[in-house]
Design a protein around this ligand. Sequence first.
Ligand SMILES: Cc1cc2nc3c(=O)[nH]c(=O)nc-3n(C[C@H](O)[C@H](O)[C@H](O)COP(=O)(O)O)c2cc1C
Length: 146
Amino acid sequence: MSARQTPVYFYSSKSGLVRSFAERLGRPVFDLSEREHRLSEADGPWVLLTPSYKTGNDRNDTIPEAVRRFLRSPVNRRRMVGVMGSGNRNFGRHYQMAARQIAARSGRPVLFEFEIAGTPWDVEECRRILAELDEALARDGGTPAA
Ligand SMILES: Cc1cc2nc3c(=O)[nH]c(=O)nc-3n(C[C@H](O)[C@H](O)[C@H](O)COP(=O)(O)O)c2cc1C
């Protein structure tokens, strides 16, 4: 039997760089800029994919509001198994700040990082990492997020 495909919940702004990456992953992906998904609960283990957006406002820096909203749910927080980020190295020490902050706070690993819309190699590498994650979760019965 093939393993469950761990879904990816992503946020993407109007420029849609992360959306185009997510849509090339060949697995279920959910767009948190859509209210229906932002207010939903993941039905099992899931992975977050977020860009970083430095706003200049220290209190509300870098993590997109839609991602914050989805993570307000304790069920979603518990079932999140990893974090992936899109960023731009031009932002220096703020590079991938959103993904890294969420990973640090949640104790979940950063599974993959790429710049801007990602290269074809990034897409392949990310697909491979997620397929390995699917297998690992299938082996241990979906814990810790079951
Ligand atoms: C206003 C603005 C602020 C950004 N701030 C950061 C940042 O702090 N760190 C980072 O790594 N990338 C930063 N980026 C780069 C974006 O995260 C990156 O381009 C991402 O792919 C955008 O995804 P999206 O088009 O799907 O929203 C910023 C981009 C813009 C336009």
